[in-house]
Ligand binder design. Structure first.
Ligand code: ADP
Ligand code: MG
Length: 694
């Protein structure tokens, strides 16, 4: 047997079951099975009592006797049922699919252990498809029995816990031949790890709880370690191999702007981040920096100043936003700020007119145009720069890696990349996922901002909420009403919005209402935006199109309808549309009366904190890291054991360990690192194409 051996040759499996396992669980080799870890262990010393069951869908073991086996015909379907009694009570056992053999072989009357998940139905507990073991077989068993991930489908086809336990027992006998060490002795020793062979033995058949935990810990460590190693190698490779244009100069454009046009003092955090960026761009190595900063923390100004540095060094820049509205707004803002300077800025989006487009193309190629703001349109092949030195990408999670790569190709030496995101990423996630990027954080809001007051209100409070809005409008402020986007049904979504609009128009018939939604054409959107931004409309009714970046400082109230339907990061983004001016701002979360535990947690988190990082931590706990990063990237955090929420300590430790190794031995050429290297090359190289070690 080797790790590559097909599972059909494992004792106890055979071709038929191998096929099933392949199709249901996607496992094909002995190695796959070895890495099919138990989700938990059943303590065999623990036996539940029928009368004391109080929780459904938990896997448990009971001891007692089976009686009254009978087949029950129900229309076309048949099921097998039996009673199970211990000294405290009786419950039903039921099989929806079963063989004649099972029906005849049920050990009626004898003392047995049954094992499975209990259901609670019609006030009674029952256990579907229990596994049954006669008592005498149990004596010389382990005390901790592995429980593997299972499903009804598997169990019905006979691939139950017992099956996996037997199969893995057979495989585990071969561990001395199968499993090789992959960490150097000094690490296993320093961390007090089990050997790798003992790790596998104990993850499947632990000697005791302590050994199970040790095995678990080492497997987590390994996952994190090799993942970090991959990123570490990538980063180092990048820093030594990828050329970039050095920007050594701080020149006239930057200085003039800084001294004469800056409308406010930079916050300490903005200054610090700018310094970090500047240090990066001085070097002849491409910068890859992630700029994280909460909504309203002033990322745009940092981007603009960075672009001016590029200009001082003879390079062009572009700023790319995910939507037309946002691009337009960036353009307007930047144009305003630069109005007393000779800097040439233009906007390129899908709806840019051909005549303007022509000018842009010409000025880009001649080098006359210094800053191009736009959408994906910038990525088109026709768009050629004279010397692109810096690309700023706003709201990174909406752009794919492939699109970023297109930007790289726009200059013979790739431009520096600054990615800005207002979705704060939990620290552990940033540490593992973004360890290929350098991260700068703006963790300070401009002075004078008042924290937004957030309240949770229900339908019965609607009149009160409307009166509150009216009072704010009387003070000269503006109000947003936002309706959720129901992705499955755009039509329903639209209907919601229209009803909402009518409702708001009725209630505020003495005011002007503007409306913005995704179906509108770009110029309609602009018109709607301007109607509100110019102050002509007191109220904006919108779907989540306004989520990203929209900036109307005079708006002080954000009413989010059906707030329970929004995710946390979305709520936070929406809330960030207010609180942009000097006035006290409010966010009102309207929900129905009935809330799930999860939506209640979301709403409570919103009312308790304005801190984007805290919110993202809660979000990650609720949804898991994959969802936070988006489907595109969720594969990256597809760990078997490692939990990015709970295992932050392990992630930290491995990161340190990896850095120490790579500092000392960047190509993994020392003898003590050969185990790491060969394991890495075997398992990880394919996944990280960039890695150049051999
Ligand atoms: P975000 O980080 O969400 O993109 P913006 O760059 O849009 O934030 O900035 C939000 C608002 O704060 C803008 O109106 C901007 O002009 C203002 N602003 C940015 N930096 C400062 C500062 N240092 N002091 C005062 N206001 C600032
Ligand atoms: Mg922004």
């Amino acid at each position: 047997m080797t790790l590559e051996t097909s599972i059909e040759y494992v004792k106890g499996i055979g071709p038929e079951r191998a096929k099933l396992i392949r199709s249901i669980l996607g496992m094909t080799t002995v190695e796959d099975l070895l890495n099919f870890y138990p989700i938990r262990y059943l303590d065999k010393s623990k036996i539940y009592k029928v009368s004391r069951l109080h929780e459904a869908s938990q896997e448990i073991q009971l001891k007692g006797r089976i009686s009254q086996v009978q087949e029950i015909q129900n229309g076309k379907t048949k099921r097998l049922s039996a009673k199970f009694s211990d000294d405290t009570g009786t419950m039903d056992l039921v099989w929806f699919q079963y063989s004649k053999w099972l029906k005849e072989q049920l050990p009626v009357g004898r003392e047995v252990y049954i094992f499975g998940k209990v259901n609670f139905f019609n006030g009674q507990f029952s256990m579907p498809h229990p596994e049954i073991e006669a008592e005498e077989k149990k004596e010389n068993d382990n005390r901790l029995k592995p429980i593997y991930p299972s499903s009804e489908k598997l169990v019905k086809r006979g691939l139950n816990q017992r099956f996996f336990q037997v199969v893995l027992k057979n495989i585990c006998k071969e561990i001395p031949e199968l499993i090789q060490e992959n960490l150097p002795g000094y690490i296993t020793k320093a961390f007090g790890f089990l050997s790798r062979q003992h790790t596998y033995l104990n993850i499947h058949f632990p000697k005791d709880t302590e050994h199970a935990e040790k095995a678990d810990h080492r497997l987590k460590f390994e996952e994190s370690f090799f993942f970090q190693l991959g990123y570490g190698l990538k980063k180092r490779h990048h820093k030594t191999h990828s050329r970039g244009n050095p920007f050594p100069v701080i020149g006239k454009h930057f200085t003039d702007f800084y001294d004469h046009c800056l409308p406010f003092d930079l916050t300490g955090a903005q200054k610090r981040v700018l310094k970090e960026i500047r240090q990066d761009m001085k070097k002849p190595v491409q910068m890859n920096r992630l700029l994280q900063g909460d909504v309203g923390s002033g990322k745009t100004m940092v981007a603009l100043l960075t672009m001016l540095i590029a200009m001082d060094n003879g390079f062009q820049s572009c700023l790319m936003a995910p939507t037309e509205t946002l691009a337009q707004q960036h353009y307007n803002g930047i144009k305003d700020l630069l109005q007393d300077t000779p800097v040439n800025v233009r906007l390129l989006t899908g709806s840019t007119k051909a005549s303007e487009r022509k000018i842009i193309h010409q000025e880009l190629e001649s080098g006359e145009l210094s800053i191009l703001v736009g959408t994906h349109a910038i990525l088109e092949d026709k768009v050629k720069f004279h010397k692109l030195g810096l690309a700023v990408i706003d709201e990174q999670h909406r752009f794919g890696v492939a699109q970023r790569a297109k930007l790289w190709a726009k200059n013979s030496i790739p431009p520096h990349i600054l990615v800005m995101t207002a979705t704060p990423i939990p620290r552990t996630l940033a540490m593992s996922f973004y360890s290929d990027l350098d991260v700068s954080v703006i963790d300070e809001m401009p002075v004078g901002r008042k924290p937004i007051i957030t309240a949770h209100r229900r339908e019965k409070d609607r009149t009160y909420v409307y009166n509150f809005c009216r009072d704010e409008i009387k003070k000269g402020r503006q109000v947003y009403f936002v309706y959720p986007l129901i992705e499955e049904s755009e039509t329903l979504d639209y209907k919601n919005l229209m009803e909402g609009l009518e409702h708001v128009m009725d209630a505020f018939s003495d005011y002007n209402v503007s409306m913005l939604h995704g179906r509108m054409k770009p110029d309609e959107k602009d018109a709607a935006m301007n109607y509100f931004a110019s102050g002509k409309a007191e109220i904006m009714v919108a779907t989540t199109v306004i989520e990203v970046g929209v900036n109307v400082p005079n708006a002080s109230v954000m009413v989010i309808e059906s707030a329970e339907r929004f995710g946390l990061s979305q709520l936070h983004q929406l809330r960030g549309r207010v609180g942009r001016g000097a006035e006290q701002s409010y966010c009102i979360l309207m929900t129905s009366d009935k809330l799930t535990t999860e939506s209640r947690t979301r709403i409570r988190t919103m009312t308790e904190t304005n801190d984007g990082f805290k919110i993202s931590e809660v979000d990650m706990q609720l949804r898991g890291p994959g969802d936070i990063l988006g489907t595109q990237q969720s594969g990256v955090v597809d760990f078997k054991k490692l939990d990015l929420v709970k295992d932050s300590a392990i992630i930290k430790t491995t990161k340190k360990a990896v850095e120490k190794i790579l500092d000392k031995d960047p190509l993994l050429s020392l003898p003590e690192h050969q185990l790491i290297k060969s394991y890495y090359l075997r398992y990880y190289r394919g996944k990280n194409k960039w890695s150049k070690i051999s």
